[in-house]
Design a protein around this ligand. Structure first.
Ligand SMILES: [Zn+2]
Length: 138
């Protein structure tokens, strides 16, 4: 089992899931490669990266009945996260992650939501395709 160095389970999983199945079962439901990529992103970026925080509790693994996002969101599969750079350099962070994906510095995330639709966060996901990076609409 891989557990993140830089992120706690509460930052990665919705509180409803944690309450119902506990932290060990929550770690089991997260994609280990994506967790390794999250640590690489955080380490290479060098500054704090926020995922779940306060009322924003659906940026990582979401429960099946979560009202945020789409019904079939990959946020419900443990492969998708919304990342916010604490320093507020959102545009720079988006292109930083895109470059990490294209240059294969991270091995699992291969999909991003277009920056036009993500005004203050960066949506990264692992999906089933073979493009260098797939840019999706919400
Ligand atoms: Zn997202």
């Amino acid at each position: 089992m891989y557990k993140c160095v830089y992120f706690s389970i509460t930052e990665l999983v919705h509180p409803q899931i944690l309450k119902q199945i506990g932290s060990e079962n929550s770690w089991l439901r997260l994609n280990s490669g994506c967790l390794q990529d999250l640590d690489t992103i955080r380490r290479e970026w060098g500054g704090e990266v926020i995922i779940n925080s306060g009322v924003n509790d659906s940026r990582g693994l979401r429960p099946p009945n979560d009202p945020d996002g789409s019904y079939y969101s990959t946020h419900k599969q443990g492969t998708t996260f919304d990342l916010v750079p604490k320093n507020g350099e959102h545009f720079k962070f988006y292109h930083f992650i895109k470059k990490l994906i294209i240059e294969k510095d991270i091995k699992h995330f291969n999909t991003m939501e277009h920056i036009k639709y993500t005004s203050s966060w960066v949506h990264v996901a692992k999906m089933n395709h073979s493009q260098d990076v797939l840019i999706i609409k919400p």
